[in-house]
Design a protein around this ligand. Structure first.
Ligand code: PXP
Length: 255
């Protein structure tokens, strides 16, 4: 059974830094600490409005990940500006996400089925530069089919709706949404796509997601950075890692 990788998203370290406009807390230091604490990769979203991660952060994080031999996963909107940034840095992976200025966070997945004419050339340019391309999508058959058709190597399934249902105690809905995630992961994996998942994951929702054997990576940010206030980042990462591994081990016991 493959080990489930944990990508740590450090965007919200930058959110706290930017609240005062200085340099503390530094996303680079958080990324370095996350790597020491067992993160398998670092994820950062350079938003068009630069509300958290800055261009200078991406410069520094690229250098750190290269030195540490860990993948940098750059989350980016499908725009020429972001494509230029990605081609300049050539991160290990780029995850294409939808972006709207008025949203608080990435709400919903990329509409690959509706926007393939706009998305396909960006996928192509990134792949030609040797960047692994991931598409952040809702767990739906149409989106998966189109992601494969336009040449993405990875899909990241949006876990936000499932995690919200868990947080709000909507058990029946959570169960249905989890099944949707599982079916999507099976479908994508059968098509030869690597399957990741992320958004809104916390200690309560991680186990059932981690049990989906077709998933190879989870990307987790906001909860870990929030929890780090209380326990420190290494302890928060270690606990998340433990819960991921325990969920996978349960699958061995009860396949
Ligand atoms: N994956 C993607 C594609 C995202 O856009 C985000 C949020 O930036 C995450 C994972 C992490 O979500 P969260 O911060 O809620 O853990």
């Amino acid at each position: 059974m493959s080990r489930l990788r944990l990508g740590v998203n450090i965007d919200h370290v930058a959110t706290i830094r930017n609240a005062r406009g200085g340099t503390h807390p530094e996303p680079l230091r958080a990324a370095s600490l996350a790597i020491s604490a067992g993160a398998d990769g670092i994820t950062a979203h350079l938003r068009e409005d630069r509300r958290h991660i800055s261009d200078a952060d991406i410069d520094a994080l690229s250098a750190l990940c290269q030195k540490a031999g860990r993948p940098l996963n750059l989350e980016m909107a499908v725009t020429q500006e972001m494509l230029d940034v990605a081609l300049r840095h050539k991160p290990h992976a780029a995850c294409l996400v939808p972006e709207r200025r008025e949203e608080r966070t990435t709400e919903g997945g990329l509409d690959v089925a509706g926007g393939h004419n706009r998305i396909a050339p960006v996928v192509d340019a990134l792949r030609k530069a040797g960047v692994r391309v991931s598409l952040f999508i809702e767990p739906s058959p149409e989106q998966i089919e189109m992601a494969e058709a336009i040449g993405a190597q990875v899909v990241e399934l949006h876990t936000g709706a499932y995690c919200d249902a868990v947080k709000e105690g909507r058990g029946d809905q959570a169960f249905r949404l989890l099944l949707q995630l599982k079916e999507a992961a099976i479908d994508a994996s059968r098509r030869g796509l690597e399957v990741h998942a992320g958004h809104g994951i916390d200690y309560d929702s991680v186990g059932p997601v981690a049990q989906i054997l077709q998933l190879t990576e989870l990307n987790i940010g906001h909860f870990l950075i929030g929890e780090a206030i209380f326990t420190g980042l290494p302890a928060a990462i270690a606990r998340m890692r433990l819960l991921m591994d325990a969920a996978r081990d349960l699958n061995v016991a009860y396949p």
